[in-house]
Design a protein around this ligand. Structure first.
Ligand SMILES: [Mg+2]
Length: 455
């Protein structure tokens, strides 16, 4: 399937024009004619990229962007603001509300395609990392403190054989708090990586060196591969800039360089490459932490806690209920005492299997420890959670368990306590305590039963 782009503009002719340009490049185009419609389509369709008009009646593009970025479902989708040519303040404002990039009207084919290409490459890396992160481990590593890191000033190298233009760019960058070093020709670059360079700005019209060759060299060299390259290009030199993008440059700015645009592009590139680095770091760190219980293959306590935290937060923000089912195998100690610990392990594994078979894909099944199991059920009110718990109880009690290598048949039951989030002030400790109380009632009420604490 080709990448889907959501085009948001209040004027139909503008949408049609962008649609034609994008479809010619094999993108699939979705459309929205106002802010609310854009938010709805974005959430339902999860397009790969959103092109967002700034000036719209009612909710303007900034507000739409802000809401997209505040919604967990759509926050990761790159947004390109489409602004009027005259207003360079718009660009900065767009980036401040979280947009990844901007285009000026009337939209130029080359600019459109180079932005789309860069975003698609970025998307490919980011989404792979996000998937790896989601499949293994939403665990502990989700702290947001590194957000600051994304916005730290950039360290920029400017390579341009024209001392006047490079000094001018360096001044613009320094005045915005970045570190800028100018080079009139490409010398020894081997220590760039150790210097922590974020961005290289490369003049495509330089005569003192071959900029495209240099670009290729940076991208093929391990030490400099991660550094983003921004090409500075005379408008008449688009073909070469296009080649540069193919080779691996991330972005193009046309000369004479506009201050706001330079700062905005440097900021975007820095944020983007640091975000990738951050995701990579999280994936690596997450893989080190085991989130799987070795015996049963269910999630362990650490994962359970991080999931509960995330889901409770989401429940508070989105108003959708979360329920938990706390299960405990009845008389498990006597299984161990009578048949041995190996048989006990077999029972735990079989209970885990039956739990897994009797929940929905969105539910998270955990074994926090011992003979205790927990099912976290997102978007599930209490009565549905009780029905699910009853299904689980039956699945365990109705069929005997085979232990000791299939030689013995024993009957196992479990008791379950159900609790549902009550409101924004509810904590993990509160909901866990209610589930615990309900489980205790189930045990006292004769075991092999489901109880919940009435709201
Ligand atoms: Mg408009």
């Amino acid at each position: 399937m080709s990448a889907r782009v959501l085009v948001v503009d209040d004027i139909e002719a503008n949408r049609r024009l962008l649609q034609a340009k994008l479809e010619a490049q094999y993108f699939t185009v979705l459309q929205a004619e106002n802010g609310q419609h854009a938010l709805d389509v974005a959430e339902q369709e999860l397009p790969e990229i959103i092109l967002l008009d700034v000036m719209m009646p009612g909710m303007d593009g900034y507000e739409v962007c802000r809401r997209l970025k505040a919604n967990r479902l759509t926050a990761h989708i790159p947004v390109v603001m489409v602004t009027a040519l005259s207003d360079s303040e718009d660009r900065v404002r767009g980036l401040e509300v979280g947009a990844e990039d901007f285009l000026t009207k009337p939209v130029d084919d080359f600019a459109l395609m180079s932005r789309m290409g860069a975003l698609m490459r970025y998307n490919a890396v980011a989404s792979e990392l996000r998937q790896r992160q989601a499949s293994g481990l939403k665990a502990g590593a989700m702290d947001e403190t590194q957000d600051e890191e994304l916005h730290r000033p950039a360290r920029v190298f400017i390579i341009d054989d024209n001392p006047r233009t490079s000094a001018r760019m360096a001044t613009m960058l320094r005045n915005d708090g970045h570190t800028a070093t100018t080079l009139l020709e490409a010398g020894d670059m081997s220590n760039l990586a150790t210097m922590g360079v974020d961005i290289m700005i490369l003049s495509i019209s330089a005569k003192a060196f071959d900029p495209l060759r240099l670009c290729a060299h940076f991208k093929m060299t391990e030490a400099t591969r991660a550094v983003s390259i921004i090409l500075v290009c005379d408008p008449s030199d688009r073909a070469r800039a296009g080649k540069g993008l193919d080779i691996g440059a991330s972005d193009v700015i046309f000369s004479p360089v506009d201050r706001q645009e330079l700062l905005a592009r440097v900021r975007t590139q820095t944020r983007r490459s640091r975000y990738i680095e951050l995701l990579r770091h999280r994936v690596d760190r997450g893989l080190e932490l085991s989130v799987i219980d070795q015996l049963t293959g269910l999630y362990n306590r650490r994962y359970m806690m991080s999931q509960m935290q995330q889901l409770m937060q989401r429940a508070v923000m989105g108003g959708k209920p979360v329920s938990i089912v706390m299960c405990d195998i009845d008389y498990f100690k006597s299984v161990n005492d009578t048949y041995g610990h190996d048989a006990g392990d077999e029972v735990l594994q079989e209970v885990a299997g039956r739990l897994r078979e009797n929940v929905r894909p969105m539910d998270v099944v955990c074994r926090p420890g011992g003979e205790e199991f927990m099912v976290i059920m997102p978007d599930t009110p209490g009565d549905l959670a009780c029905a699910a718990a009853e299904r689980i109880r039956r699945a365990v009690a109705s069929q005997p368990f085979m232990v000791s290598g299939g030689k013995r048949e024993i009957t196992i039951t479990l008791s379950a306590g159900v609790a549902t989030i009550r409101g924004p002030d509810d904590t993990i400790a509160d909901i866990t305590k209610r589930a615990d109380t309900a489980l205790y009632q189930a045990k006292m009420g004769g075991r092999n039963r489901v109880e919940s604490v009435a709201a």
